[in-house]
Design a protein around this ligand. Structure first.
Ligand SMILES: [Mn+2]
Length: 242
């Protein structure tokens, strides 16, 4: 239930992170097959936004049951929590527009199952590699140091009802911020080898300092980008047959 999760190094296989999935688990599986991903030994870490936009949002729960698949909480997972909480600032038209119809129109019991699982997703994950820790968060690390992020998440409960359009709050940055890319901020994050994020779709993965932005819109007209955590090597997997 912790908002922060730590993983030991994978002694048996490879670890990968992948960009936003947005209801395209069939495409994701095809990309994993091309990558030669071995579920017996490899692990896959998602930067969040598992649902909305694509046709397979309902598959998110079964993917989260796979022993080799892990995810941080994206803003689209937060939207399900805001809906369940009856948050007054949640704009249902905008939510539907950004792919939330599958959730909005589901029976209450179904929505509760998803929200219950998504609430338990960590906001940040760190994974040990031979060369040091790699961090994962959906949009950005709000602090110059990963140590500060870890302490913050271990001692504060993030608010589900905050209003991103109000701007300025630390809690908003984890799952909603695009400012590092907009500012072309190369300052990076200290106390960590690399930080991997998604949230903002790009034509190619982009590295700013030690922060890797890997949402290349495999859920739209782009392709899935994987980053191998031990080497920080980028793997681009074109969408074949979709
Ligand atoms: Mn997002």
């Amino acid at each position: 239930m912790s908002q922060f999760a730590h993983f030991s190094a994978n002694a048996r296989g490879r670890d990968f992170a992948v960009g936003d999935i947005h209801g395209h688990f069939n495409r994701l599986q095809a990309a994993l097959d091309q990558l030669g991903f071995d579920p017996a030994t490899d692990r896959l870490f998602s930067v969040g936004d598992l649902v909305d936009r694509g046709p397979d949002s309902f598959d998110a729960l079964s993917w989260l049951e796979k022993p080799w698949f892990f995810a941080v909480q994206g803003n689209h997972e937060v939207l399900t929590l805001q809906l369940m909480a009856g948050h007054s600032r949640l704009n249902l038209m905008d939510y539907r527009q950004s792919g939330g119809a599958w959730f909005i129109d589901s029976p209450q019991a179904t929505r509760e199952r998803f929200a219950h699982r998504f609430r338990r997703l960590p906001v940040a994950i760190e994974i040990e590699t031979a060369e040091g820790l790699v961090g994962l968060v959906h949009a950005d690390c709000p602090f110059p140091s990963w140590t500060t992020l870890r302490t913050y998440l271990q001692t504060h409960e993030l608010q589900e009802g905050y209003d991103p359009s109000a701007g300025g709050g630390v809690d908003e940055i984890f799952q909603w911020s695009r400012s590092r890319l907009k500012r072309r901020d190369f300052s990076g994050v200290k106390d960590v080898r690399a930080v991997v994020v998604g949230h903002t779709p790009l034509r190619r993965a982009r590295q700013l300092g030690n922060v890797f932005h890997i949402d290349t819109a495999g859920w739209s007209e782009g392709f899935f980008t994987f980053i191998e955590l031990s080497t920080l090597r980028i793997h681009e997997q074109p969408l074949l047959g979709f």
